[in-house]
Design a protein around this ligand. Structure first.
Ligand SMILES: [Zn+2]
Length: 146
């Protein structure tokens, strides 16, 4: 029944999504909700599943970004450990440029998502905080070169 719509979407690429009726997470290939038995429109289900996959991606990318931002402080500390200075300096400057790059990439990829999902909102807040915190030392570094 759902095989008649194979225009652009790869077959078997159906994920999970929230039932519009009862908000339970269900399989997007289902024709009716297994919790509340509401009928599921396969096209809408796939669009919703696609959006949910992107929200999940946005959340995991944001937590990766947060880990990288925290690592900047770790490398900053390593700089002051004898014999580890070079590793600290290398890691610090690498992440100093990698983190803003990842933050910009996150905005480009996910800024249009506009999800009301609380996880997405938290992820977006994480990226905002990381972006602001990283912009300050990066600008100081750039201005010190000029
Ligand atoms: Zn339901």
């Amino acid at each position: 029944m759902t095989d008649n719509l194979s225009l652009t979407s790869a077959a078997g690429n159906l994920g999970i999504f929230e039932c519009p009726n009862c908000r339970q997470t269900i399989d997007a290939s289902a024709t009716q909700c297994r919790f509340c038995s509401a009928p599921i429109d396969p096209v809408a289900a796939e669009a919703a599943a696609d959006k949910m996959a992107r929200v999940n991606q946005a959340c995991s990318d944001a937590s990766y970004l947060r880990t990288a931002a925290i690592s900047i402080l770790v490398f900053l500390g390593i700089m002051f450990i004898p014999f580890m200075t070079l590793l600290g300096v290398f890691g610090y400057y690498f992440l100093m440029f990698a983190v803003p790059f990842l933050a910009i990439r996150w905005w480009v990829k996910f800024h249009g998502l506009g999800a009301v999902d609380p996880d997405f909102k938290r992820a977006r807040l994480t990226v905002i905080v990381v972006s602001v915190l990283c912009a300050i030392p990066l600008l100081r570094f750039i201005t010190s070169l000029i």
